[in-house]
Design a protein around this ligand. Structure first.
Ligand code: ADE
Length: 232
């Protein structure tokens, strides 16, 4: 059976998931609590990485090296970059990139990581297909979108920056960890999927909306994740 690493940036994002786990054992490495056990009878390691790309990449590497996970799923909330993607909707990653990777002064296009073969990391097709199916079964009332997730070490709460992200990268939503997890997974030859629930519109209203809708966003991702892990 495949062992799945499940990463959430914040306690709120992983705590409810941990409550659904059985036979758990927790180890703390680099301040991150790795909770190993089973979810829906499947072996998983659920962990809070902390916020931002560095934390997320370190966390993924530990999952690869110490826990030998066969796949990584990143869950959490995100800001929508498109009018048709509403608060509480779900975005499933087709691929992910870092919007704050900028070596343009050195002749590279924005978002391109110098001297790497790839800067856009593709999610696992099988996970994507299964996640879509689970969404239609367990959260049929929620809008589900499949597209690019753009990550950076920035909370986006500005209309101009939001438009810039859409224009340059054609992203569906923005957050602060997904592409780092995707890159670390790629480097370790591990498949990945990012699942994000929309908590805000990444504009001037983002800070207010975030606090109000975070809870419902997390509830929906937990339903999706437990359903997905059960069929992986
Ligand atoms: N996570 C949730 N909302 C976000 C936003 N607007 N920018 C970055 N990360 C987020």
């Amino acid at each position: 059976m495949r062992k799945i690493g499940i990463i959430g940036a914040m306690e709120e994002e992983v705590n409810i998931l941990k409550e659904h786990m059985k036979d758990t054992e927790v180890s703390t490495i680099a301040t991150m609590g790795f909770c190993e056990g089973t979810l829906e009878g499947k072996p998983v390691v659920v962990v809070r990485s902390g916020i931002g790309k560095v934390n997320a990449a370190i966390c993924t590497q530990i999952l690869a090296d110490k826990y030998h996970v066969d796949a990584v799923i990143n869950t959490g909330v995100a800001g929508s970059l498109r009018n048709e993607i509403d608060i509480a909707d779900i975005v499933l990653s087709t691929d992910a990139l870092q919007h704050d990777m900028d070596a343009t002064g050195f002749g590279y296009e924005i978002g391109v990581i110098p001297r790497m073969e790839s800067s856009v990391f593709s999610a696992e097709e099988e996970f994507l297909t299964k996640a879509k199916k689970v969404c239609s079964e367990v959260i049929p009332e929620v809008g589900v979108h499949t597209g690019r997730i753009v990550s950076g070490d920035q909370f986006i709460s500005d209309n101009g920056k939001k438009e810039w992200l859409l224009k340059n990268f054609n992203g569906y939503c923005t957050e602060m960890e997904g592409a780092a997890i995707a890159q670390a997974a790629y480097l370790n030859h591990i498949p990945f999927l990012i699942i994000r629930a929309i908590s805000d519109k990444a504009d001037h209203s983002a800070e207010m909306a975030y606090s109000e809708f975070e809870e419902i966003a997390i509830t929906n991702t937990v339903k999706l994740l437990t359903g997905l892990v059960a069929i992986l």
